[in-house]
Design a protein around this ligand. Structure first.
Ligand SMILES: Cc1cc2nc3c(=O)[nH]c(=O)nc-3n(C[C@H](O)[C@H](O)[C@H](O)COP(=O)(O)OP(=O)(O)OC[C@H]3O[C@@H](n4cnc5c(N)ncnc54)[C@H](O)[C@@H]3O)c2cc1C
Length: 325
């Protein structure tokens, strides 16, 4: 509920987001006693940030193809390789990374292990990748013989595939998978419905076209908005029901994929649908204005259906879960 309110208000949750949503749970369930006692209180205090070290330059959808490798040594493990698209790594204190620990004999899914990697140690290079609007959210990381102590392993050696699958259920079903465009929708609703006409919207935008401004907030617009809001309510019910399953220790992997697929399609639909509702263009400029907010959401929207697993991958999982393939 708290997270939902923060997202609905467009609060800046980015830095501690990954730790709150998934890394903390992962450590609580599968981390060593030392990892729990040293890291969890700092996550709870909002002072410890995490990044997700899954994707690699040649391994995004096909996570089982990761090539970063951990080599066993007397005092723990040494990690070499690289990760890409790692959101917030430049602020993160740790990454939970999926790496290969098995030899050539290990099965594709069997030779993988998750580790908690301290990003402040030597041998880690974190470089920015700039996004469509020039911002720095994600990164490419290289590891050159980085040290990880034995008790910073998540689960057991070779359990990485199960660990990462469980973690993705947390990543795919939460309110962040359907609320990204909500602050924009709320801003539009405020402008459209203030006095039951579009006049307020035009004033808000500084438009001089009074004839158009006096047009009533018609049935078509009301129906379009009602449709968006009813989709939102259905998504919210699905997401909270999965939160209940996760709370009971279940791994609702297919259900979470369903929420992410429908939820991120909704997130992309909102800025598109506004084209037929708003008498203006999405445009970057005044940072506090509706047009700028809309423009930023437009530029971000292609990423909604990529991050955390693409639409095609999710639909494949859902089809398999339904026995269709
Ligand atoms: C904003 C953003 C933030 C991200 N943050 C992180 C992060 O913090 N940590 C992290 O590890 N990763 C992160 N990612 C990476 C993200 O998880 C990957 O981009 C995603 O999993 C897709 O992998 P890829 O880019 O390698 O594309 P590919 O896997 O190369 O896919 C390319 C295209 O082929 C399609 N495709 C691939 N395989 C199949 C198949 N079997 N069947 C049908 N179609 C297929 C895909 O759907 C896609 O359209 C982030 C991505 C974005 C956009």
């Amino acid at each position: 509920m708290v997270v939902e309110e923060l997202l609905a208000a467009g609060a800046p949750v980015g830095a501690h987001w990954v730790a709150d949503r998934q890394s903390g749970y992962q450590i609580l369930r599968h981390g060593s006693e030392r990892a729990r006692s040293t890291i969890l209180p700092r996550i709870a205090a909002g002072t410890c940030f995490f990044g997700i070290g899954m994707s690699e330059p040649d391994s995004g959808s096909d996570l089982a193809a990761v090539r970063s490798r951990a080599r066993k040594t007397e005092d723990g493990w040494r990690i070499s390789g690289s990760k890409v698209w790692t959101s917030g790594a430049h602020h993160a204190h740790y990454l939970i990374a999926l790496v290969r620990t098995g030899g050539a004999e290990a099965q594709r899914h069997g030779g993988l292990t998750q580790f908690i990697i301290d990003t402040t140690q030597p041998g880690i290079d974190i470089r920015p990748i700039h996004n469509l609007y020039g911002g720095h959210d994600f990164n490419q990381i290289s590891f050159d013989d980085c040290w990880v102590p034995d008790d910073m392993m998540i689960g057991q050696e070779g359990s990485g595939w199960d660990m990462v699958t469980g973690e993705l259920a947390f990543e795919r079903s939460g309110p962040d998978r359907f609320l990204t465009s909500f602050p924009l929708l709320r801003q539009v609703l405020g402008a459209l419905t203030q006095d039951g006409s579009t006049r307020v919207l035009h004033e808000h935008l500084g438009h001089a076209d009074h004839d158009q401004a006096e047009r009533a907030f018609d049935h078509q617009e009301a129906a379009a908005i009602g449709r968006l809001l009813s989709h939102l309510m259905a998504l919210r019910s699905m997401s909270t029901s999965i939160a209940g399953m996760l709370e009971q220790g279940a791994q609702p992997v297919v259900e979470a994929a369903l929420v992410k697929d429908l939820g991120t399609a909704f997130e992309r639909e909102v800025p598109e649908r506004l084209r037929s509702l708003l008498p203006m263009e999405a445009m970057l400029g005044d940072e506090h204005g509706l047009s700028h907010h809309w423009g930023m959401t437009m530029l971000q929207s292609p990423s909604f259906t990529l991050r955390g697993g693409t639409r095609e991958i999710l639909r494949g999982m859902i089809a398999r879960g339904l026995g269709l393939r």
